[in-house]
Write a protein that binds this ligand. Structure first.
Ligand code: COA
Length: 685
C-alpha cells in the first residue's frame, strides 16, 4: 500500500510510501482519493497532514505511465477532492515537490517545508505542461513573474524562495512530521484561508506582459513547443474563469503527452538515469573516493577542481612551478567569481571553496589522493611526461585519469609502470557546469578503475558515457564530421550564415561556424595537422586558409565571420567569401538550393552515418550513449531525443537514400555498410 493513514489525536497523517521518489501512479491516486473520502467521513478528524516516507515528497507523476493511456482516477480529480475536503490538508514537504507532487500540494490548504526542500513544475522539460491545475492554482499564490518563470523554465525553487513567493506558508526546523502536525493544530485556532482555487490571483498581467514573455519563451525554447504552450495555459488562468482554464490546461497536457517531443524528452530522461549503471560495470566494485587531485590548472583543470570541491572532496591542484600555480589559483578564482555573479554561490561558500583547495607545486602532494586527474595541455608527450611522474608520486591503488579529448589513453598509460590504474575521462568545458563525462578505459585498465570513474561521475552529478578508443572518442569524432560537412557545403554554394541559421532552426544551441569562431579555429587545425602526420586525410581547405591568414575566430577579430572590436555579433566576411570561391573551383560538387530543415539534413545525415560506424566499431556501446553525448556535450536539441533517436524518427532507409543522392552530387562520402545494415534490419527498436 503506497498510501497509509495514521492518527495523531485530531490530526490525521496520510503517509505516502512509494520508493524511490514517491512518483504518483494509479494506485497512489486511488489511495489518496480513498483516504480523502474516509477522512471526510470521520468526524474526529479536524486536519490532515500529507507527508511522504523516504528521501523525498512526491517527485511527480510516474513518467513510466506516460507511454500508456491514462488510467482513472485522474490526478485533477484527486487534487480537486483534497482541495474540497471538509477539513484542511497540510502538505509537509521534504526533498522535492515536483510536477504532480506540487500540484497536489497546491490543492492543500497549506504547505510547510523543510529548508532543504525544492519545489517546481518541471513538466516543460518533459515536453508537457502541468496537467492537474498547476498553472491555474499557482497564480493564486505567487506573483505573475514568478509563475511564468516556474511554469516556462521548469526550474525548481528553494524552500526559502518559495516562502518569499507565497508558495510555502512556513519553513519548519526540526522533525517535519511533528512540526507539520503542530502547524495544523495552530492553524485550526485561526480563520482558515480560502481554498486555493477560490482565492484571488496575486498581481496583474496585461497584454504587454504576455507579449514580452511570449517572445522571450520562444527564443529560449529553440523549437521546443511545451514552454510556449505552458505560457498559454498560464495566460488562460489570468484571463478565463478557473473551470475553463483547468479544462484548457488538461486538454493541452493530454495532447502533448503523446507528442513526438514529449516522447523524445522521456527517452533522454530515462537514458540519463540508465547511464550511471551500464551493464559493462554491473558486477564491478568501485573503490572509495575520499580525496582528489588535479594536475594542471588551466581553465579545464581549474573547472575540474571546482567540480570536485562541489562534490565534497578535498582537492589538491598541482602545477609545475610557482608562477603556473598562481595562474591556476586565478583561473579557479575567476570561475568562483562567475558563480557568485550569477547567484550560484554565496560569499561564505566562496571563501570555503578557496580554503578547501590546496595549490601545490610538488608532485609529492599527490600521494594522498584516491583519484588524480591530469588536465595539462593536449599534447601526447606533455601528458606522458606527467604520467611518468605520477608513477613515483601516487599511491599504488590510486586511479590515474587523463582528461583528454582526442589522444589515445593507451599511449598515455604506457608512460607509467601501472597502466592498469590509468583511464581516460573526457570532461567538457566549463567542467564544473557541463553534465557529460566520457569515460574511456584503456586496454589494460583494471575493472575497479572503470567502476571508480563511474562512481566519481555520480559524485560530480555528471552523466557518464562509456566510450571506446579512437580519435575524438564519440563526441569529438562526430564534431569533426559535422565541421567537415559544413565546410563541404560552403563549397557547394551555401554561406556560413545560411548553414548556421539552418542548424539553429533545427534546434542546435549554435551553428557550426559561429561555434568554431567562439572556441577558436586553431585547435582543430592542429588536430588536422597531426592527423595528416599520421597519414590520414583531413580536408578543410577553407579553414586551413583562414588559419594561415591568422583568422582564428572571435579572439583575433575574425574567423568564419568578421567581428567589430569588443562585440560578438558575427558579420558576413568578404575575405571568407573570397577564399570559398577560390576553393570551390577546385572541387566537383553539384550546387543545391535548399534551406531550413533540408539544409540541416545535409549536415546531420553524414553525422548519422558516422554514428552508425561508431556503433559498429563498438566505440559507443549503445545508441542512447550517442544521444546523451550529443545532447549533453554538443548542444543537440534535447527535444529531438539525441542524434541516434532522431535518426530513427526520420527513418533510416530514407536517410540512406538521401545520403546516396548526396554522394552522387559530391556532397557526401559513400554511405557506410553499418548504416545500410541498420536500415535493412530496421535497427530502431
Ligand atoms: N516517474 C518515474 N520514475 C521517476 C520519476 C518520475 N517522476 N522521478 C524519478 N524517477 C526514478 C528515476 O527514473 C530513477 O529510477 P532508477 O533508479 O530505476 O533509474 C529513480 O526514480 C531515482 O531518480 P534519480 O533522478 O536517479 O534520483 P535523484 O535523487 O538524482 O533525483 C529527482 C530525484 C526527483 C529530483 C529526479 O528524479 C527528478 O527530477 N525526477 C523527475 C521529476 C519530474 O520531472 N516530475 C514531473 C513529472 S511530470
Amino acid at each position: 500500500m503506497s498510501v497509509k493513514t495514521e492518527r495523531d489525536r485530531e490530526v490525521a497523517v496520510v503517509v505516502l510510501d512509494h520508493p524511490p521518489v514517491n512518483a504518483i501512479d494509479q494506485a497512489m491516486r486511488q489511495g489518496l482519493l480513498d483516504a480523502a473520502e474516509r477522512l471526510d467521513a470521520d468526524e474526529d478528524v479536524r486536519a490532515v497532514v500529507l507527508i511522504a516516507a523516504g528521501g523525498t515528497f512526491i517527485a511527480g507523476a510516474d513518467i513510466a505511465e506516460f507511454d500508456r493511456p491514462p488510467e482513472p482516477p485522474h490526478l485533477p480529480e484527486v487534487v480537486a477532492r483534497i482541495e474540497s475536503a471538509s477539513v484542511p490538508w497540510i502538505a509537509a514537504i521534504h526533498g522535492t515537490a515536483l510536477g504532480g507532487g506540487l500540484e497536489i500540494a497546491l490543492g492543500c490548504r497549506f504547505r510547510v517545508a523543510v529548508a532543504s526542500a525544492r519545489l517546481g513544475l518541471p513538466e516543460v522539460t518533459l515536453g508537457l505542461v502541468p496537467g492537474s491545475g498547476g498553472t491555474v492554482r499557482l497564480p493564486r499564490l505567487v506573483p505573475p513573474e514568478a509563475a511564468v518563470r516556474l511554469v516556462t523554465t521548469g526550474r525548481p525553487v528553494s524552500a526559502s524562495e518559495a516562502a518569499e513567493l507565497g508558495l510555502v506558508d512556513a519553513i519548519v526546523e526540526g522533525e517535519l512530521r511533528k512540526e507539520a502536525v503542530a502547524f495544523a493544530r495552530a492553524a485550526l485556532d485561526r480563520p482558515l484561508p480560502e481554498r486555493t482555487l477560490a482565492r484571488a490571483r496575486v498581481g496583474k498581467a496585461n497584454a504587454d506582459f504576455w507579449a514580452e514573455h511570449q517572445s522571450a519563451t520562444a527564443r529560449r525554447a529553440r523549437g521546443q513547443h511545451s514552454p510556449q504552450r505552458a505560457l498559454q495555459c498560464l495566460r488562460g488562468a489570468y484571463e478565463d474563469d478557473p473551470a475553463e482554464a483547468l479544462a484548457a490546461e488538461r486538454a493541452t497536457f493530454l495532447e502533448l503527452r503523446c507528442s513526438e517531443q514529449a516522447r523524445a524528452l522521456r527517452h533522454v530522461f530515462f537514458a540519463e538515469r540508465a547511464a550511471a549503471r551500464p551493464p559493462e560495470i554491473a558486477d564491478l566494485r568501485p573503490r572509495p573516493v575520499g580525496s582528489a587531485a588535479v594536475v594542471g590548472g588551466g581553465t579545464m583543470g581549474a573547472g575540474i577542481a571546482v567540480a570536485l570541491w562541489d562534490a565534497g572532496l578535498p582537492v589538491i591542484l598541482v602545477e609545475r612551478d610557482a608562477e603556473a600555480s598562481e595562474r591556476a589559483r586565478k583561473n579557479f578564482d575567476r570561475i568562483l567569481e562567475g558563480l557568485v555573479r550569477r547567484g550560484h554561490l554565496g560569499a561564505g561558500e566562496r571563501a570555503r571553496h578557496v580554503a578547501g583547495v590546496r595549490f601545490e607545486t610538488d608532485y609529492a602532494a599527490l600521494g594522498e589522493a584516491d583519484v588524480v586527474i591530469e588536465a595539462v595541455f593536449e599534447d601526447l608527450e606533455v601528458k606522458r611526461g606527467v604520467f611518468a611522474r605520477l608513477d613515483e608520486a601516487c599511491r599504488a591503488d590510486a586511479v590515474l585519469a587523463t582528461n583528454t579529448s582526442y589522444l589515445d589513453p593507451n599511449a598515455i598509460a604506457a608512460a607509467t609502470a601501472r597502466p592498469e590504474r590509468v583511464i581516460g575521462t573526457h570532461f567538457f568545458s566549463p567542467a564544473n557546469v557541463m553534465k557529460l563525462l566520457e569515460i574511456v578505459p584503456a586496454d589494460a585498465t583494471a575493472p575497479d578503475v572503470t567502476a571508480t570513474a563511474f562512481r566519481l561521475a555520480k559524485m560530480l552529478r555528471k552523466i557518464p558515457v562509456l566510450a571506446g578508443i579512437c580519435e575524438g572518442f564519440i563526441g569529438n569524432r562526430l564534431l569533426r564530421i559535422q565541421r567537415a560537412q559544413a565546410e563541404r557545403l560552403l563549397l557547394a554554394g551555401y554561406t556560413p550564415a545560411a548553414i548556421d541559421q539552418a542548424m539553429r532552426e533545427f534546434g542546435m544551441a549554435m551553428g557550426p561556424f559561429e561555434a568554431q569562431d567562439l572556441s577558436g579555429l586553431d585547435i582543430a587545425a592542429a588536430q588536422r595537422q597531426s592527423a595528416r602526420g599520421r597519414g590520414e586525410r583531413a580536408l578543410a581547405p577553407v579553414a586551413d586558409a583562414l588559419v594561415k591568414m591568422g583568422r582564428l575566430g572571435q579572439k583575433t577579430g575574425g574567423g568564419w565571420y568578421d567581428y567589430i572590436e569588443g562585440e560578438r555579433t558575427p558579420h558576413p566576411s568578404s575575405v571568407v567569401a573570397q577564399v570559398v570561391s577560390e576553393q570551390s573551383g577546385k572541387v566537383s560538387v553539384k550546387r543545391r538550393k535548399t534551406a531550413g530543415m533540408e539544409l540541416a539534413d545535409l549536415v546531420i545525415f553524414p553525422m548519422i552515418d558516422e554514428a552508425a560506424r561508431i556503433l559498429d566499431e563498438g566505440i559507443a556501446r549503445r545508441a542512447t550513449d550517442i544521444d546523451l553525448v550529443e545532447v549533453l556535450g554538443y548542444g543537440f536539441p534535447r527535444w529531438r531525443g539525441g542524434l541516434a533517436y532522431y535518426a530513427c524518427t526520420r527513418g533510416l532507409a530514407d536517410i540512406v537514400s538521401t545520403l546516396d543522392s548526396m554522394e552522387a552530387d559530391g556532397l557526401a562520402d559513400s554511405t557506410s555498410d553499418a548504416l545500410r545494415q541498420l536500415a535493412r534490419d530496421e535497427g530502431c527498436s
